[in-house]
Design a binder for this molecule. Structure first.
Ligand code: PMP
Length: 361
């Protein structure tokens, strides 16, 4: 329900005007609206997960810092455990950043269009938001415009959601080296691009650089809520000081631990998603979509005639749920479609083709 005015008036001034988050979910046969991994969990992982969950005691509080997991994540990325903070999804990591380093008198640079949660969390703790728009032709970043802003926190999403493009790594590192701001490189989708484009190895020489990763996307654990930050140990300590001690529950820690041990099992699925991404992009372009933007992620940004109507008809007539991002700056008539299983993708291509033809004339 909407928040009644009398209740809203009791909320903190910087929270008035907020409404409960609506992911725009409705039950459909094919859900390609939230950039999850639609492929089945590899069978070896599934049985290891079942065994680990079955033997996890539930009567004890979790390890607050998820130390076993932290060590595995540190080993995966070649950093020390002190450089890792495990969180209840990447979302918690983002909130902690604003709680610790934002607030009144501080400024976030928000490079739009991008993940809407950054500006939301900034406003929740009273942080000012300065928006820098991307180049509308290819969604590249105006690094000079960023450098001109006296920022406390800058978030560079690479690959970006929902535009699916990578940030220029050298330009990002150049910016990190010259700004006083804390810079978060949000790499939630990096597994679908190229690990060589990650800036994780750079956290050692740039104490103002923070990297976000999640197990929600490539590793299919969106429901278990496991994300993490990699950063200077001092920053990790500051964030640890403001977090709820038990935010990452024992079952999620156990599941993530198994997934990290067996992460090699996900390689074939990630390759399949990349292959399907290329197949879908070509097929959707051939259906008469106005534009299918290049993607380095597990979703496609597509511009169509009557985008919002197409989204509603895909849901109501074809039971396919995609995300309408057409209200975001520069994204008129754009939809975001997660790459699904090959069978799902066939049905999506077929449905989009049918609707595109109707709106072509
Ligand atoms: N960053 C980006 C760019 C995202 O798109 C998302 C999820 N949609 C997240 C972070 C957070 O993901 P999670 O909380 O599931 O780890």
């Amino acid at each position: 329900m909407e928040i009644p005015a009398t209740i809203a008036a009791r909320m903190q001034p910087c929270l008035q005007g907020l409404e409960p988050y609506d992911p725009g979910f409705s039950a459909c046969d094919i859900n390609v609206s939230a950039n999850e991994n639609n492929l089945p969990v590899p069978p070896t992982v599934r049985s290891a997960l079942d065994a680990a969950l079955a033997s996890t005691p539930l009567n004890r509080y979790p390890d607050p810092l998820s130390n076993e997991l932290r060590a595995k994540i540190a080993a995966r990325h070649g950093v020390a455990p002190e450089n890792v903070l495990v969180t209840n999804g990447g979302d918690e990591a983002l909130f902690l950043l604003f709680l610790a380093f934002g607030g009144p008198g501080r400024t976030l640079v928000d490079i739009q269009p991008t993940f809407s949660v950054y500006a939301l969390y900034a406003s929740m703790v009273g942080t000012s938001v300065e928006t820098v728009l991307r180049d509308p032709s290819d969604f590249s970043i105006d690094w000079d415009a960023l450098a001109a802003i006296d920022a406390d926190l800058t978030i560079v999403t690479t690959p970006n959601n929902p535009t699916a493009n990578l940030a220029d790594k050298d330009a990002l590192l150049g910016y990190v080296a010259t700004t006083d701001a804390l810079v978060l490189s949000d790499e939630a989708y990096m597994e679908f691009a190229d690990e060589d484009l990650s800036v994780i190895p750079e956290i050692e020489c740039h104490p103002n650089l923070i990297v976000l990763r999640t197990l929600s996307k490539a590793f299919g654990l969106a429901g278990a809520r496991i994300g993490y930050l990699l950063a200077d140990a001092g920053i990790v300590s500051a964030l640890s000081a403001v977090r709820q001690p038990y935010s990452v529950n024992v079952l999620s820690q156990a599941a993530a631990s198994v997934v990290l041990d067996l992460r090699g099992e996900y390689g074939a699925g990630i390759e399949l998603i990349k292959k399907e991404r290329a197949r879908m992009a070509a097929a959707l372009a051939a259906t008469g979509c106005i534009e299918v933007f290049p993607s380095s992620s597990n979703f496609l940004l597509v511009r169509m005639r009557e985008g919002s109507k197409v989204r509603a008809r895909l849901r109501d007539e074809f039971s396919i749920l995609v995300r309408d991002v057409s209200a975001m700056p520069e994204l008129e008539n754009c939809l975001r479609i997660t790459v699904g299983t090959p069978e799902e993708n066939d049905r999506i291509i077929q449905a989009v083709s049918t609707l595109s033809k109707e709106y072509a004339s």
